[in-house]
Design a protein around this ligand. Sequence first.
Ligand code: ACO
Ligand code: PYR
Ligand code: MG
Length: 360
Amino acid sequence: MRSAKDFFAPLAVGAPLPVREVPARPSRMIHFFDPSNEKMAAKIPALVGTVDVLLGNLEDAVKADNKEAARAGLVAIAKATDFGDATQLWTRVNSLDSPWVLDDVVTLVTEIGDKLDVIMVPKVQGPEDIHYVDRLLAQLEARAGLTRPILVHAILETARGVANVEQIAAASPRMQGISLGPADLAADRRMKTTRVGGGHPGYLVRQDPPVGVEDAINADRVVYQQDLWHYTIARMVDACALNGIFPYYGPFGDIKDVVACEDQFRNAFLLGCVGAWSLHPVQIAIAKKVFSPSAADVAHARRVKAAMGDGTGAVMLDGKMEDDASLKQCLVILALAEQLSAGDPELAALYAPAVQGEAQ
Ligand SMILES: CC(=O)SCCNC(=O)CCNC(=O)[C@H](O)C(C)(C)COP(=O)(O)OP(=O)(O)OC[C@H]1O[C@@H](n2cnc3c(N)ncnc32)[C@H](O)[C@@H]1OP(=O)(O)O
Ligand SMILES: CC(=O)C(=O)O
Ligand SMILES: [Mg+2]
């Protein structure tokens, strides 16, 4: 660990100063695309302005034979595209033990470092992985003459990574956030689900046997499917909150099951995540809906704020107690609504009636 006094010093002479606060730009959906897939790549310019993050993926899901084409494709797309203010450009580089990652990082920072907001690093095991990327980025930024640091996002997809999540989140001022990687994590932990995220019908709790019924054990009983990812997401959210960075649910692989995808995204939103990955265009609208607070929640938050006056004490609203702490919860919703409305006239209009409602 660097000492506190050195934490915000650049790691190479000439590298830009690290950020003291991670910019809180909307990142409700991190939209993955394979830059070596010409059909997919051709769709990227039209997505600018409609998604918060476009991520050129170089790692898993890109065929080994296409790794170089994907890297070159991302460079070409980044150079040819104006991403504007509403859409960030991220990449997921290959894992740190792979034969491709060094060329990924060197090429991307050198060629398109001025356009790249965040580099996502897969299979992060501990803070030492972030320290390596941190120093390498500083050297490359200095050489490329970049004036703004590229941030780093870790994927939590190994048992060791989960065990070290607090140190990973605290490893560098470059840390922007962490995503759950349920597929690799399941494999690494030897979990017995073969799905990419989401639940499993076998992971459940069952109602007790009914009393006074013959063959009660075999009687019909309600079962409740449980969330396989609750523990990991909750740990990740705490580690991120503790360090002022952002947590994300990762991929939901059942593209056709848009209903369960929405449920999984919403669970993550309610637990504190700010976004999720969209693997297919159909998941973009789901993430936008889920990770933008509802108009009803915004209206309620405004009513609580108005009722709480100077923000202290306790009041009754609709039969419920509100106090300093519930006001803070409401302020989280209002801050998010304000941030999202600033760049989205549709959301601004959706939230506006809540102001009139509050005045009545
Ligand atoms: C565990 C992990 O690491 S998850 C992260 C890694 N995985 C990924 O990045 C996967 C990204 N997504 C994909 O590769 C694809 O969406 C797939 C393979 C899941 C499905 O692809 P397809 O079978 O082509 O889906 P489908 O036929 O429904 O596509 C409809 C259209 O959307 C396009 N499309 C599909 N996915 C995307 C995408 N992510 N971005 C932009 N366009 C896309 C297709 O090219 C197709 O275009 P067309 O209408 O011109 O033919
Ligand atoms: C997200 C990812 O990479 C995984 O689930 O393995
Ligand atoms: Mg993975």
